[in-house]
Design a protein around this ligand. Structure first.
Ligand SMILES: O=C(O)CC1=CCC(=O)O1
Length: 96
C-alpha cells in the first residue's frame, strides 16, 4: 500500500543542540535503511521549509503508524498521511 506522508519538523527554540544533532543523524540512518529496503520510496524536501513529502510502501496503515512513531525526529513532527491508489490513466503498473 502506498501512502503520501508530509512531515514538518518543528524544532523547539530551547532544544539541546547536541541532542538534536544526534537525533538528526539517527533519522538520516533510519531513512537510508528504509529507502534501501524499498519502504521509503521517495523523499523530497519541500523548498524553503524544514519539511518533506515522502512516499511509503508498506503492508498496512498500522505498519506505517509504527514506522512513523519510531522515527527519531517524530517527537518534533507534524505529520499528514494520505492513502494512495492506482490512477486509471497511469502508464506504470507498479504504482499500486
Ligand atoms: O529533514 C526532514 O525532513 C526530516 C527527515 C526525514 C528523513 C530525514 O533524514 O530527515
Amino acid at each position: 500500500m502506498l501512502f503520501k506522508v508530509e512531515m514538518k519538523v518543528n524544532v523547539p527554540n530551547d532544544i539541546d543542540k547536541e541532542l538534536f544533532a544526534k537525533q538528526v543523524d539517527e533519522e538520516k540512518m533510519r531513512a537510508k535503511e528504509l529507502q534501501e529496503q524499498g519502504i521509503w520510496r521517495h523523499l523530497w524536501r519541500v523548498a524553503g521549509q524544514y519539511a518533506n513529502v515522502s512516499i511509503f510502501d508498506v503492508d498496512s496503515p498500522q505498519t506505517l503508524h509504527d514506522l512513523m512513531m519510531s522515527l527519531p525526529l517524530f517527537p518534533y513532527m507534524e505529520v499528514e498521511v494520505t492513502a494512495l491508489c492506482h490512477h486509471p490513466s497511469s502508464i506504470h503498473s507498479d504504482d499500486r
